[in-house]
Design a binder for this molecule. Structure first.
Ligand code: PAF
Length: 280
């Protein structure tokens, strides 16, 4: 495994890889967990080389505190990456990624950023689009892998790649969960013992919403989810939306033949957790 800190040395190395070989890329912000490792395993299985980046991207955080408290566990991350046979790791500084200044490009995501995370985290998706575009241009992978926990991010990245005409396949991977159902997230390690014990309620409620969705109206399902969290002392609901699975536009009525997804954001103290589920 080779670790690069500079764009120049990384691109030089990658440019020497035989063009008949494929490159799989897994961009991360570090604090790696089994969810990331499952993406890396898939990249390993489907490509000749796997590149992983570790970069806590400042432009996608709307709150300085969230950025400062984002877990940073580089040495453990590198040990894990070595164990899962990652070939190349890119750990750039902010200066390497943003040589001029760390600001976001403004994208047109065809409305995909107007709901849910886009409403509650101002500028977040422009920051994600900016860094992913930059990383894809540096690494030039054939395939890039993203988890469905950030489902809205996944669709936004697919849209960005399409409009910017970047020659890469964006591959969405199933959400990787703890045995009790909590979606794996780098933020989970910040949960207190009590919050961690309570957090599986999120996926449990999503499953109940899915079951209810078969025979109840959208407003009934939403009201049910809201009252579950009203009763919970440790988890505070920020939003629960039922949206069209492709446009991500929240809906108030079901139409036959359409696919819907439930999206949720919950605070456990100051720690924000998100999850989502296919409803039909
Ligand atoms: O999902 C993440 O960890 C980040 O948003 C990403 C895609 C690595 C961009 O910083």
């Amino acid at each position: 495994m080779i670790v690069f800190k500079e764009v120049e040395t990384l691109t030089k190395y990658i440019s020497k890889i035989d063009k008949t070989h494929t490159i799989g890329f897994v961009p991360t912000m570090g604090a790696l967990h089994k969810g990331h490792l499952s993406l890396i395993k898939r990249a390993n299985d489907e490509n000749d080389f796997t590149v992983v980046s570790i970069f806590v991207n400042p432009t996608q955080f709307d709150k300085a505190e969230d950025l400062n408290k984002y877990p940073r566990t580089l040495n453990t991350d590198l040990d894990l990456l070595e164990k899962v046979d990652c070939n190349i790791v890119f750990v750039p500084s902010v200066q390497e990624v943003y040589p001029v200044n760390a600001t976001s490009e403004i994208f047109n995501f065809a409305g995909l950023d107007k709901y849910m995370e886009g409403l509650f985290r101002e500028g977040h998706f422009d920051g994600v689009g900016t860094v992913v575009k930059r990383l894809l241009e540096i690494v030039k992978p054939d395939n890039a892998y993203f988890g469905e926990k950030d489902y809205q991010q996944l669709l936004i990245i697919k849209k960005m790649v399409e409009t910017e005409k970047l020659p890469v396949n964006i591959i969405g991977c199933d959400i990787y969960r703890e045995p009790d159902g909590l979606a794996m997230s780098s933020r989970n390690i910040r949960l207190s013992k009590e919050q961690r014990k309570e957090a599986p309620q999120i996926f449990k409620t999503l499953n109940e919403a899915k079951e209810m969705f078969k025979n109840s109206s959208i407003s009934e399902v939403k009201a049910y989810v809201e009252q579950v969290f009203q009763k919970n002392k440790l988890l505070e609901l920020e939003y629960f939306e039922i949206a069209d699975a492709s446009s991500l536009k929240p809906v108030t009525t079901k139409k036959p033949g359409e696919k819907y997804r439930g999206f949720i954001a919950v605070f456990a103290g100051k720690i924000r957790l998100i999850d989502n589920i296919a409803l039909n």
